[in-house]
Design a protein around this ligand. Structure first.
Ligand code: ADP
Length: 248
């Protein structure tokens, strides 16, 4: 039974803003460990979909489940984060006047006051965990550098590291390579691919070369529902998809 492997289950989701259907009977199924890319023209409903998953927007109809047992529509935004869904927005929310290490320390502590966290003694297990995340995101050599002085790409990786400190099962990543150099883009692809397997990752991205380089399965949204789904080659050659992108 394949449904045992589904970590995120959206069915029949509709969201209206003043009568306009931003999502229109959307169905989406993400498998555990999968790296899925969501593409689609502006206004297709990608952001609204992420907002529904994280509890920021409530759908008018439909159901949304995380794993077999967690009904996302019954949880608040903070409860959904605690349940294991982490979201990375495009705009970094790092603490620029604290070091990379301290940023991860703060992320591990959740929403405790900054001064309380930084004056507390951390255990060697906690320090090891932070160092392990630093290695994952490739910033071990930036451990004691102020986050504000990191490059654009490094800030984005730090932000992913901050999410990882909360041990999410599902990572939602919004336009991870916007504004990155080609080298940073390549490292981001490696990072996201390395996180899949142990995590499920859903990426919204406009950079098609990047999407091609990371995704096994691509979902194309259009007018609030799924227009096409499959490998990059499959969706790229789908006449419905070609029509939508030519008209964009
Ligand atoms: P995408 O992320 O794919 O560009 P969005 O989910 O941001 O698409 O938007 C889908 C549609 O819903 C757009 O037409 C947008 O203008 C509209 N929309 C999104 N959020 C709101 C809102 N809070 N109020 C009114 N309309 C909205």
């Amino acid at each position: 039974d394949l449904s045992h492997n589904i970590i995120l289950y959206l069915e029949g989701i509709s969201v209206s803003f003043d009568g306009f259907k931003a999502l229109n009977d959307l169905n989406l199924y993400i498998e555990a460990g999968e790296l899925r890319c969501i593409i689609g023209p502006n206004g297709a409903g990608k952001t609204t979909m992420m907002d529904v998953i994280t509890g920021k927007t409530r759908p008018d109809t439909g159901s949304a489940w995380f794993g077999q047992t967690v009904d996302l529509l019954s949880l608040s935004e903070p409860e959904i984060a605690t349940a294991g869904i982490g979201r990375k927005f495009q705009k970094p929310t790092i603490f620029p006047n604290h070091t990379t290490f301290e940023n991860l320390e703060l992320a591990m502590a959740g929403d405790k006051a900054v001064w309380k966290v930084l004056f507390a003694r951390i255990s060697s297990e906690q320090a090891d965990r932070i160092d392990s995340v630093l290695r994952t995101i490739g910033l071990s050599d930036k451990r004691n550098v102020l986050a504000g002085s990191l490059s654009h790409g490094q800030k984005q990786w730090l932000e992913i590291g901050m999410l990882l400190m909360q041990s999410p099962e599902l990572l939602l990543v919004d336009e991870p390579v916007a504004g990155m150099t080609p080298q940073e883009t390549e490292r981001t692809a490696e990072l996201l691919v390395s996180l899949s397997g142990t995590h499920s990752v859903v990426v919204v991205e406009h950079d098609m070369a990047f999407v091609r380089s990371i995704a096994r399965t691509v979902t194309v949204l259009h007018q609030g529902s799924v227009l096409a789904e499959g490998s990059m080659d499959q969706v790229q050659n789908d006449p419905k998809v070609i029509e939508v992108y030519l008209g964009d």
